[in-house]
Write a protein that binds this ligand. Sequence first.
Ligand code: ADP
Length: 471
Amino acid sequence: MEIIHVTAECYPVAKAGGLGDVLGALPKYQKEAGHIAKVVMPMYRTRYLYQQQWEVVHKGVGNLGNQAFDYTVIKESANKNGFDLYLVDINGLLDREKIYGYSDDTERFLSFQIAVTDWIARWEHRPDVVHVHDHHTALIPFMMQHCFAFRKLAGVPVVLTIHNAQYQGTFDWSKSDYLPVWDPWKTGLLEWDGMINPLATGIKTAWRVTTVSETYMLELSRSSNGLESLFEYEKGKCIGILNGIDTDVWNPAADHYLDTQYDLDSVTEGKWQIKSSLCNTFGLDPLKPLFIYIGRLVGEKAADLLPQVIGDSFFHIGRSMNFLVLGSGEPEVEAQLEWIKQLSWGDYNVYIGYNEGLSHQMYAGADFLLMPSRVEPCGLNQLYAMRYGTVPVVRKTGGLKDTVLDIGEKDGYGITFQHASVGDITHAIFRAVQLYENPVRFDEVRRRMMTLDFSWHRSAQSYLTLYKSLK
Ligand code: ADP
């Protein structure tokens, strides 16, 4: 089977969050299962680009409204990631250092989608499935089916995976002429709430829609930033498939970001060494349990509650634990997290920014990972944490609900709570400290977690079964 993934992120080329991790792993597992898996993404100017060998495979011309643009498709020669990687270059639009956050993101991702669809339409053969991810690529099924220029692709199945429905890529009708000419009878497919909404269009036009956990799929018809009724209407073609993790990249026994590697036999000693060095770097006391938070500092992740949670934990539970935060996001949250450093007695620190290496050291050196998310489509952090023997303390939502079983349950291995409120989170931290103070039980929970299998094997198979059902 030939599967074409079209995406805005793919680790290690360019990653802003879980989308990048998924696209760096799923195609690899599909290739291992004997299929042709290709990843097509924009050619940002990231470090990875300059470190590899590339060959030009196609040059073409697209149109964004009445503005023609040249595009070039290059392929990584050595297939270093275990799948075929293609980058699309469009001068003036995609040649940027960052993935998102520019005022012309609409034009950037529209031109990318037009270029990719144009390129695929020129192949002599047809792929078995085109798999698009999130709103940045969600107009592709519409273009393949209803834009006259690409109609020869109308019979190719398209799967849309929604990694995060909060972001929908909405833009005004005044930009509608950027799209290639489409069948006017189909205009309604572009429309949602008076705007062009790429995610809504993708949901309407993809052959199947998947989300990255079953619980998130159920939650979307109750809360999805305005798309609730659409999810309810289209639920017949929607399915939840849990993400997996890349166990080659996330392996404490072979992680090149760690000075000390460890496995199940050496976990206690290995984690202690990494924790000691981490605490030393951040001025924390390694004898106390270490709670970490890693992620975007945004409302969706309930990061705004962290300052008060940390303060209340110290006040109510006592200064018997450390907190270390790694993330970037909303400026007020960043500023508050920086500000409360003044209140630290050597038990709190924060690193504002993105740091892949530090994140690995934190997953390895910590005792507990805090994820109070208001919305969590799948969540990968808790899966990485468990593989590194770090107990997840999570709100029961989305993928967190599907992957973390509370220690109060039979064979449980995590700590869960119901509400994204300061009270509930602080109480969960209290339970975690109690667990830490019982070393035999703590060790048992840690070992149980580390033997769980959250690798991609099962989920990759679910996607293949889905693709096959579309033939
Ligand atoms: P989301 O995609 O919603 O941000 P996920 O849990 O699906 O959340 O994935 C987050 C990924 O991004 C994980 O690999 C996590 O380690 C990584 N990550 C998030 N913020 C940072 C950061 N500041 N530094 C390093 N890695 C980060």
